[in-house]
Design a protein around this ligand. Structure first.
Ligand SMILES: [Zn+2]
Length: 253
C-alpha cells in the first residue's frame, strides 16, 4: 500500500500513483481534458470580504482516470474537494519562491480503489465489508474503520469462533475481544494481529474519538497480513510443508 499516494493532496501537474483497481498493475492518470475543478458559490461570494485571502478558496472537482497498463485501460471516475495553499516553485532566477497553488483531495472513486489485495480464496463475508471499506476510505475514515471491524467479526466466524453463549435458553453475544481470545490454537499466532486491528477499530465506533486515515491504513496492513497468511496458496503450501516436516520429525526426504 502506497500510503503517501493515498494521503497527500495532489495538483493539476502531478497526480498520485493510484493503482488501477482492475489489474492492480497500471497507474491511474487523468484523461487529458477530463479534469474539471470549479470554485464553489460560497467561496466565490467570499472574495468581497475585507479579510479575504486566497486560502479561503474551496473547489469541487471531478475527473476521469484511465489505467496506463496497455492490456487493461480501465476507466475510473473520481471526485473530491480542493483549495489553495502556499506552494514553492523555482523562479526564473533558479531560486525557490513562494506562490499560491491549487491542491485537491479525492473523496470518491468509482469503481473504488482496491487498497489491499484480497486473495481469491478469501470468503465473501470477509471480503464484502472490506470492499465497502475501500469505497468509504476517502470520504469517511470512521465508516471505513467500522467495516474493517465487520470483516474481522466475519473472519472469526469463518475460523470457527462462536458468536454467542447460550444461558437459560437465551443467546448472550460475545464481544470481539472475547471472541479473539477463543481462536483455535492453530490460529493463535494471528491473535495479536487481530487484537491490534480491534483496537484501531474501537476509535472508529465511538463518536467522540476521531479515527484517522492512518488508523485505517494500519488496520488494512494488519488484516492484509492475516488474509495472506490464511488464504494464499503460498501460505497454504508453507503450512502443509511444515506439517509434513513436523510429522516426520525431520526433512521430508
Ligand atoms: Zn488496469
Amino acid at each position: 500500500m502506497d500510503r503517501r499516494a493515498l494521503k497527500i493532496p495532489f495538483t493539476r501537474e502531478s497526480t498520485p500513483d493510484w493503482l488501477c483497481p482492475r489489474c492492480r498493475k497500471g497507474l491511474l492518470r487523468f484523461v487529458p481534458g477530463k479534469f474539471h475543478a470549479e470554485e464553489r458559490k460560497d467561496s466565490r461570494d467570499a472574495h468581497s470580504h475585507e479579510a479575504w485571502d486566497p486560502d479561503w478558496i474551496e473547489y469541487t472537482y471531478s475527473g476521469l482516470l484511465q489505467c496506463g497498463n496497455d492490456n487493461c485501460g480501465e476507466f475510473v471516475a473520481n471526485s473530491g474537494t480542493g483549495g489553495v495553499d502556499i506552494d514553492v516553485v523555482i523562479g526564473d532566477d533558479g531560486e525557490p519562491e513562494q506562490t499560491w497553488g491549487d491542491f485537491f483531495r479525492p473523496k470518491y472513486f468509482q469503481p473504488p480503489l482496491r487498497l489491499i489485495d484480497l486473495p481469491e480464496e478469501c470468503p465473501a463475508p470477509v471480503s464484502t465489508p472490506l470492499q465497502e471499506s475501500f469505497r468509504l476510505f476517502f470520504s469517511s475514515p470512521a465508516a471505513a474503520s467500522n467495516n474493517v471491524r465487520i470483516a474481522l467479526e466475519a473472519l472469526l466466524t469463518e475460523l470457527g469462533v462462536k458468536r454467542f453463549n447460550t444461558k437459560n435458553g437465551k443467546r448472550i453475544f460475545l464481544n470481539l475481544h472475547s471472541r479473539i481470545s477463543l481462536l483455535p490454537p492453530k490460529y493463535s499466532e494471528l491473535g495479536e494481529l487481530l487484537l491490534a486491528i480491534k483496537w484501531l477499530g474501537n476509535a472508529g465506533s465511538h463518536a467522540d474519538s476521531a479515527v484517522t486515515i492512518d488508523d485505517v491504513m494500519d488496520a488494512y496492513e494488519l488484516i492484509d497480513h492475516v488474509l495472506q497468511e490464511l488464504y494464499t496458496q503460498k501460505a497454504k503450501k508453507a503450512k502443509a510443508l511444515a506439517k509434513l516436516i513436523n510429522k516426520k520429525k525431520g526433512p521430508k526426504g
